[in-house]
Design a protein around this ligand. Sequence first.
Ligand SMILES: Cc1cc2nc3c(=O)[nH]c(=O)nc-3n(C[C@H](O)[C@H](O)[C@H](O)COP(=O)(O)OP(=O)(O)OC[C@H]3O[C@@H](n4cnc5c(N)ncnc54)[C@H](O)[C@@H]3O)c2cc1C
Length: 394
Amino acid sequence: MEAENDLDIVDARIDELLARFADPRLADVTEFRRAQFDLGLAWVHFRVGDGGLGVSASHQGSIEARLRAAGAPPRNGAYVAMHQGAASIHAVGTPEQRARFLRPMFTGEDAWCQLFSEPGAGSDLAGLATMAVRDGDEWVVNGQKVWTSGAMDADWAILVARTDPDQPKHRGLTFFICDMSVPGIDIRPLRHADGAAHFAEVFLSDVRLPDELRLGDVGYGWGVSVAGLHSERAGVGDAFHVPIERLLELWRARPEHESGAALALRDEVTRAWIGDQVLRLNQERLRAASGETPLGSTVKVAAAEFNQRLSSLMTTLLGPAGLVGLDYEAQLREDPDRLDWHEAPQQFVLRSIAMSIEGGTSEINRNIIGERVLGLPGDIRVDKDRPWREVPRS
Ligand SMILES: Cc1cc2nc3c(=O)[nH]c(=O)nc-3n(C[C@H](O)[C@H](O)[C@H](O)COP(=O)(O)OP(=O)(O)OC[C@H]3O[C@@H](n4cnc5c(N)ncnc54)[C@H](O)[C@@H]3O)c2cc1C
């Protein structure tokens, strides 16, 4: 009964949103997203006033489907902002932080990046060495981050730093929001295998952050990070989705696709189509579970492996053309007209390799599934209870 009421409320809000725009296809993207946020249809499970209606996240899929069918602008695809950043701020942000940051995160007016990984702390994120030392109403941050996607264009970052090196590694961390325009931040782009440079090394030297940008309590940064990481994994699994129709188009375009020699490939295409359906259903199940659970790891691992198989199959279907056609020079120039990997399977092959690394490697996500979903014995952790300062580091 309650769920039915929720559905009515959500439907009425969608009607109201669409009624505000004579033709959603012509709507200004920012204006449309602002209205979507204000009506509680941004993250529908968030609180009223924070872009939500406090109802099950399972409604989000049908909201997006109805909006897209009406020709509304696409949802912001920036997954640090839309998933991890938003989930963290919604979970522990003060009313002021939520009012300041959530709306422009959703509309895309503010760009965000994630300052987590370090040269010595990727899978072992809790071992990170960037320090934040309190100085009155401010924190002074020093350290080095790496693989920071979108750092070059970001207005804001979510940042985890060590505030108490005498505590064991998980307990001495604090979570901050970092203004990327303040002095002391040096961003050096890193180029990846496909020629593009979407991530960077970020050096923080005496960066001063006001205490009002601390997110959550001092020493509780790990808990905030983990809640956000579950959401990020769900987001990564969701974000990199190439429509299966693209594979079928390539299959149909093959001149000999009816020949006996192509039978093996036909099996592969069928298997990929089934894999796509299974993934889509798991994504639906995850959305219904609110997206902030360790279940995000299952979709993340499955999506990474599926995309690697799919991209490889797409290039096989292209035949000899699958070996060429990648405009590396356009990538180097950051040419806006360069082929997107949705269009260019050659590009997709290279990009898909990163999918089982970013957002936590598949091995780490399997550990999480084993421990937190299946209840299997945990990984061996010899440094868990030792003060971080005493743990040997390379
Ligand atoms: C495209 C891309 C974008 C990224 N964007 C960001 C970003 O925006 N912000 C950010 O902070 N980071 C980002 N990262 C970094 C990413 O989170 C790390 O690369 C990842 O967590 C792995 O860390 P690492 O590279 O240090 O590898 P390591 O931790 O050194 O791991 C090396 C290998 O050892 C395995 N391994 C390690 N520990 C275990 C264990 N306990 N059990 C089993 N196997 C283990 C790993 O699975 C891996 O195969 C990005 C990475 C990529 C590829």
